[in-house]
Design a protein around this ligand. Structure first.
Ligand SMILES: [Zn+2]
Length: 140
């Protein structure tokens, strides 16, 4: 059975992948702009401040957009088609791309989702989302 390919992990975003292995979804916060910064960077892309801090997300968000993958060449993913990949707007104001574990016909823009994590090797984790029928962004 094919294993999930490991993302190239390096630099400023490494704490994100390590936290995911511990079951936490983290993002950076710029105290100067008072905004979320994602993915991890060495400085705020808006004001260039290096004073970014890591915060833990509630893990709740809504689907901004999505696509259904129906064909792929990698054996790990080929065994899972069709599957959904979504852009998720997190309650804290950042957006990320991740797998959404749901039947494609059940997915809709704006639907509430909640994160869970899969191991990605020994040191890292991969966030994946599921529908959260009880969820409402801003009401964690
Ligand atoms: Zn800033």
């Amino acid at each position: 059975m094919a294993t999930r390919p490991v993302t190239v992990i390096r630099g400023a975003d490494e704490p994100f992948w390590r936290a995911a292995r511990e079951g936490r979804l983290v993002y950076q916060w710029c105290p100067g702009c008072r905004r979320a910064v994602f993915p991890g960077r060495i400085a705020c892309p808006e004001c260039l401040s290096p004073a970014l801090t890591w915060l833990t997300s509630t893990g709740r968000g809504t689907v901004y957009s999505y696509t259904v993958v129906r064909r792929t060449r990698h054996p790990y993913f080929a065994a899972r088609v069709p599957y959904v990949v979504a852009l998720v707007d997190m309650a804290e104001g950042f957006r990320l791309l991740a797998t959404l574990e749901a039947q494609p016909e059940a997915v809709a823009v704006g639907m509430p989702v909640r994160v869970r994590f899969e191991p990605l090797g020994e040191a890292f984790g991969m966030p994946v989302f599921r529908p959260d029928p009880d969820g409402a962004v801003g009401d964690p």
